[in-house]
Structure formats: structure tokens, C-alpha cells
Design a protein around this ligand. Structure first.
Ligand SMILES: Cc1ncc(COP(=O)(O)O)c(C=O)c1O
Length: 456
């Protein structure tokens, strides 16, 4: 019998091959000297090739809502793969899981959202939203209404269109000119937004930046405003004040501008409501989603459109139809997994659990705000951010050279928690199935890691 290959030999051979032949999202070798090779997962825990386990503090990519190793999702995928692994959904064809999923979503989303188109993820959902907004105005005889207003510190994806909507410069800077017709206003960012206005709250002043931009560009040229209800990947969990989105909705209505809610991170209960604009009593015209809809067990995203948009799509001449489509749209296996995932979210009331556990997490973390290097602890449901600062009084950031974000991330990891630190903001979005004990352990690790790295 051959002696087993030691794990470290196996790992180094795999890493060598990976470094030679695999290109990664946000690729750079300096970030990939000793990559984690994840081999298995159970519940909120992930295990690497060396057999070490870590708490998955970000639900991997903010998406594994039901945790790892859920047999029901495996069965849903396997069952559908056996029955019908693929079918086209181009007009003239359809499939049962997709029909059923559209019906289930109609029950769960904002009441005004009427119909759904399925994509493979969030970036193509952004492209779909942008194209649909432009199509809508074109079909209504206003093709000059094509500009899209987005926000700084937003992330909407990495296709040409989605990166143009994204408000973080690095996603476009090295790829040549941005697609035409996108502009960005400041984010509400309650902890940092400054205004000289005294007649309204700072968040209403932040919302009014949209009106200023629409008037500057000319309302007859603006198709839509796209925003994440809580800015996640680009902003480091920025939660607006309650008066921000109601004002945004008013402004959009005043100037015939569609409101696109990018709920790729906030959808399906992440913030303690099915969809996040529900917190503020606002409905979008277009809703986009991905990630949590399948808990990451199969790629799927999509957009939902209002009745008014659906009516236009249904009533145009066939030669002027909504000429948009992906081979894998409404993939039957993805839709079957989504149906099983949504059924479990409902049966186990994980949306309610996200709200309850989110409060517990904030209670555990809020005392950190008394320490010198924690500027703000914020959260909505099981989505939280801890912003580290050099000086709590002035809110001054750590200098880049201090590399504090990376140090904290490495310390969190060495204490057993895997998560992301964006611009010195620790982002937390654990699986919605996390237990109270696991959540308390997560909070303890965060406290310990901040103390170990900032020396307090
Ligand atoms: C708000 C938001 N929109 C869009 C995207 C892009 O989604 P994907 O990576 O599935 O293309 C992301 C990804 O993180 C996101 O957070």
C-alpha cells in the first residue's frame, strides 16, 4: 500500500498549479502567496485542506444564508439534474421550477413588483436593470432618457455596465473608459456625511443630492437611480437614516426617474426584512437580487419589475421587443435550488431570526464604541459593520501605511473567524442559521482581535 501524501505536500502542489493556471476575482499574486484551499463546510463552519475550521463570518460571499452542507438544497439540485438538467427559457419555452419560482417571489417581494427575469448573478442583474430602464423610456417615446445615477462607495458588479454603475474607482480605473451615461453622487453615510444645510436632516440633504444631479443633467435625460439599500461591499455596511429613501422615492417620482433597488446583499432576510426598503416603507420600480436566493448552492440572480414596466414589455411591437437574454436564464436547476432555499427561509422563519439575532449581535458589539479605536458599530439584521478609526474624537482614519485593516483581518482569522475588512471596516454577515452560542463566539473573537491589533 502506498503511504498517503502529506497534506502540506498536496497543498503546495495545488497552489503551484492554481498560481499558474487559475485567474481569481480581483486577481493579484501578492494576495495569493498562501491561499486558503477550502474543502468542506458544515453549518457556519468552513474547513480548509489542512483540516482547520473557521467560523464563516460573511456567509462566504454574503450569500450562504442557510449555512454549508444543507441536504435539502443538495437534494433539490440532484433531483432537478436527474429530471431535466437544462431547458431554454427564450420566449416560446419555459420550465416548471422557473414558473414556480416567479410565483413564489411575487408573494415575497414588494407588492408592486409584478414579474421576474432570471440571471446568473448580481452583475448581470445590474446590466439587466439598466437596460430595462432604458428600454422602458425608449418604448414610451423618450429614448433620450438614458442616464443612470448611482452613488459613490456603491458596488453593483464587474461587467462593463455594472462596473460603470459601481461607485468605487478601482473597479474601472485599469479597464479603459467607462461606459457612457453613468454618474455618481455622494452616499448618505451617517457617520461621515457632512453638509452645510441646516434646514433639513443630513440624510435628507444627502438624498437631495439626487435632485441636484437630476436638475444639472436635465430630468429629460435621466432614466434611473440605482442604489443598494445598505451599501455592502463597496461602502463597508453603510446604513442610511430612516428619512433617506422616502425622500429618494419622492424625488424619483417628481422627475420620472425609475428607482432600482440593488438587493444582491440585502435581499431575502439579510437585514431582518424580506427586502430592505421595507424598513422605510418604500417600493422600487426595479428590484435586483442574487446571492441569498440560492444560498450560493447554484448561481442565480435576477430582477423584478413593476406592473407598469411589465405592461410596457408586453405591449410593444414584436420588432421593438425587450431584446435581452442569457443562455442560462431561468436555469431549471438554479430555480429548483432557489425554491428549496426560499421554502426553508420561510419554514424556519429565518427572516425573523435575522432581525432578532441582529439585535443580539449589536448589543454584544456596541460596548466596543467606548474603546479608543472603534468609531462606530452599526447593523441591520445580520448585517453589521465596525468602523475602526485612529482617533475617535475626530473620526480620523488610520493612515493607509498602518495597514490596520489587513492586520485585523489576519488576527480575526488566526482566532478562527473568516470575514472581510473593507477600508478598516469589519464587515459581518454570518449565515442566518447561526446559533446564539456561535454568534456570541463571533462577537468575542471580534472584540479580542480589535484589542490585540490596536493594543487596547
Ligand atoms: C450589491 C451588489 N450588487 C451586485 C453585485 C455583483 O454580483 P455578482 O458578483 O454575483 O456578479 C454584488 C456582489 O457582491 C453586490 O454586492
Amino acid at each position: 500500500m502506498q503511504a498517503p501524501v502529506p497534506q502540506h505536500h498536496k497543498k503546495s502542489a495545488l497552489v503551484l498549479q492554481d498560481r499558474s493556471h487559475l485567474i481569481h476575482p480581483q486577481h493579484h499574486p501578492s494576495e495569493h502567496l498562501d491561499p486558503q484551499i477550502w474543502v468542506s463546510g458544515k453549518g457556519v463552519m468552513l474547513t480548509n485542506i489542512e483540516g482547520k475550521s473557521y467560523l464563516d463570518g460573511l456567509s462566504s460571499m454574503w450569500n450562504v444564508y442557510l449555512g454549508h452542507g444543507r441536504q435539502e438544497l443538495v437534494d433539490a439540485a440532484a433531483g432537478q439534474l436527474k429530471t431535466l438538467a437544462f431547458a431554454t427559457a427564450y420566449a416560446g419555452s419555459t420550465n416548471q421550477p422557473a414558473i414556480e419560482l416567479a410565483g413564489t417571489l411575487k408573494r415575497l417581494v414588494y407588492p408592486n413588483i409584478e414579474a421576474f427575469y432570471f440571471t446568473l448573478g448580481g452583475s448581470d442583474a445590474t446590466d439587466t436593470s439598466v437596460r430595462t430602464a432604458r428600454f422602458y423610456w425608449g418604448a414610451k417615446g423618450r429614448p433620450e432618457k438614458f442616464k443612470i445615477i448611482a452613488r459613490k462607495l456603491s458596488y453593483h458588479g464587474s461587467t462593463i455596465g455594472a462596473a460603470a454603475a459601481t461607485g468605487v474607482e478601482e473597479f474601472s480605473a485599469v479597464f479603459g473608459p467607462r461606459a457612457n451615461g453613468f454618474l455618481h453622487i455622494d452616499s448618505p453615510y451617517p457617520y461621515r456625511f457632512a453638509t452645510t444645510r441646516t434646514d433639513v436632516s443630513p440624510s435628507v440633504a444627502a438624498a437631495d443630492l439626487l435632485e441636484e444631479a437630476i436638475l444639472r443633467e436635465g430630468p429629460e435625460t435621466v432614466a434611473a437611480f440605482i442604489a443598494e439599500p445598505v451599501q455592502g461591499g463597496g461602502g463597508g455596511v453603510i446604513i442610511p437614516q430612516p428619512d433617506y429613501f422616502p425622500r429618494i422615492r419622492e424625488i424619483c417620482d417628481r422627475y420620472d426617474v425609475l428607482l432600482i433597488s440593488d438587493e444582491v446583499i440585502t435581499g431575502f432576510g439579510r437585514t431582518g426584512r424580506w427586502f430592505a426598503l421595507e424598513h422605510w416603507g418604500v417600493e422600487p420600480d426595479i428590484l435586483q437580487f442574487a446571492k441569498g436566493i440560492t444560498s450560493g448552492y447554484f448561481p442565480l440572480g435576477g430582477v423584478g419589475v413593476s406592473g407598469a414596466i411589465k405592461e410596457v414589455m408586453d405591449s410593444v411591437d414584436a420588432r421593438r421587443r425587450w431584446m435581452h437574454g442569457y443562455t442560462c436564464s431561468a436555469h431549471p436547476v438554479a430555480c429548483a435550488v432557489a425554491l428549496a432555499n426560499l421554502r426553508i427561509l420561510e419554514e424556519e422563519d429565518l427572516v425573523g431570526r435575522s432581525a432578532t439575532l441582529g439585535k443580539r449581535l449589536l448589543e454584544k458589539l456596541q460596548p466596543l464604541q467606548e474603546t479608543p479605536h472603534v468609531g462606530e458599530v452599526r447593523g441591520l439584521g445580520l448585517l453589521a459593520g465596525i468602523e475602526l478609526v485612529a482617533d475617535r474624537a475626530t473620526r480620523e482614519r488610520f493612515p493607509d501605511a498602518a495597514g490596520i485593516g489587513k492586520k485585523v483581518r489576519d488576527e480575526l482569522f488566526s482566532l478562527g473567524l473568516c470575514t472581510r475588512v473593507t477600508d478598516d471596516i469589519i464587515c459581518l454577515a454570518p449565515p442566518l442559521v447561526i446559533s446564539e452560542e456561535e454568534l456570541d463566539r463571533l462577537a468575542d473573537i471580534v472584540r479580542q482581535a480589535i484589542s490585540n491589533t490596536t493594543g487596547i
